[in-house]
Design a protein around this ligand. Structure first.
Ligand code: NDP
Length: 308
């Protein structure tokens, strides 16, 4: 059974060592040294090479090394090739850390206090208790649920929104486009953890941002293309939104003259929310390969028609 990794060299070596140690029956190859392409059954990569199904004629599954698969052109892949996303527990842990950092920083008014410090001001802003702070999470999947589990411990008033209806302990849940305005109207802090699909592209736009309460804050941990950047600037500049924390952008890095760099209402981080670590992701990948070998359904399989 042959598994090809198309990843950067250091990570490739780390993956290969893990397989050699724990699953020596799997022949691991590192791109571009693919050997006989007909032998390759599995590919693990962030981005498959063009015409991958022609290059690797016996390919059975592609494992994304990321939680999202929006970078894949699923329409080009033949139906026989299964696409599986990464459910690395290390990704969930890292996203929970980032989400808690951002929600707590916004809840405790850190952008304003940091600006005050630069102006040598010592002013106490009005106190808001956690139970008065309404925090809404868009996307109630693997990551959104992990974030809500941790945010619950702070006592926030939690809301959640997904495509399908859910019941989650201590979270008021909303579903589908018809309940989106109702959900948004109750989010003092909105956190996006949606996958990027044809339905969610540009979902953070003038109309959805306008549906947030005045003074709301936005955290985007999903993908840059969820956000219409000009609409965010408009919402911040008009004072409707107070602050945004953005880990993902349309162009990463943004152009040197992009207004986000120096905007006082924006904190930017260079897509560091989470990164797949071979050490924590290995068991999940191996378990999925074993499932596939035994004819079982793999965990994290993409529903092609939905795009996630
Ligand atoms: P999942 O597939 O587990 O969950 C996706 C959630 O989004 C589900 O609850 C789903 O609803 C909901 N959803 C999908 N489409 C819609 C829609 N049209 N309307 C409403 N809800 C929708 O994904 P993960 O939680 O694992 O990951 C989410 C995303 O986080 C990734 O796709 C990636 O873009 C981003 N990410 C960012 C990282 C970073 O470093 N910043 C790192 C890792 C991931 P339902 O439950 O009804 O199906």
């Amino acid at each position: 059974m042959t598994l090809l990794f198309k990843v950067d060299n250091d990570r490739g070596q780390a993956w290969k060592s893990l397989f050699q140690c724990h699953a020596p029956d799997i022949d691991v190859r590192l791109w571009p040294d693919i050997g006989n392409p007909e032998e390759i059954r599995y590919l693990a990569t962030w981005q498959p090479p063009p015409d991958v199904h022609l290059l690797l004629p016996n390919l059975q599954a592609i494992f994304a090394t990321s939680a999202g698969v929006d970078q894949f052109d699923l329409s080009c892949l033949p139906p026989r090739v299964e696409v599986v996303r990464m459910l690395d527990p290390g990704i969930a842990q890292a996203i929970v850390e980032y989400a808690c950092f951002a929600v707590l920083a916004l809840h405790r008014k850190m952008p304003g206090y940091l600006a005050q410090q630069r102006q040598q001001q010592w002013n106490v802003q009005p106190w808001v208790a956690a139970h008065q702070q309404r925090v809404g999470v868009m996307g109630l999947g693997n990551l959104g649920m992990a974030v809500l589990d941790r945010l619950r411990t702070f006592g926030f008033s939690l809301k959640g929104w997904a495509r399908s209806a859910k019941q989650i302990d201590a979270v008021e849940c909303f579903a589908g486009t018809e309940q989106l305005p109702q959900f948004l109207g109750q989010c003092d802090i909105l956190l996006c953890l949606l996958p990027l699909t044809r339905d969610t592209r540009g979902i953070l736009n003038a109309s959805t941002l306008a549906a947030l309460p005045r003074g709301a804050k936005l955290i985007n941990l999903g993908r840059g293309a969820h956000l219409v950047e000009a609409d965010l600037l408009q919402a911040l500049d008009s004072g409707h939104l107070e602050h945004a924390v953005l880990d993902v952008l349309n162009d990463e890095p943004p152009a040197a003259d992009h207004r986000f760099w120096l905007h006082p209402g924006i904190w930017l981080t260079p897509h560091i929310g989470a990164m797949t670590q071979p050490e924590t992701a290995f068991e999940v990948l191996l378990a999925n390969i074993r499932r596939h070998q035994q004819g079982e359904t793999m965990i994290g399989r993409i529903e092609r028609t939905m795009g996630y």
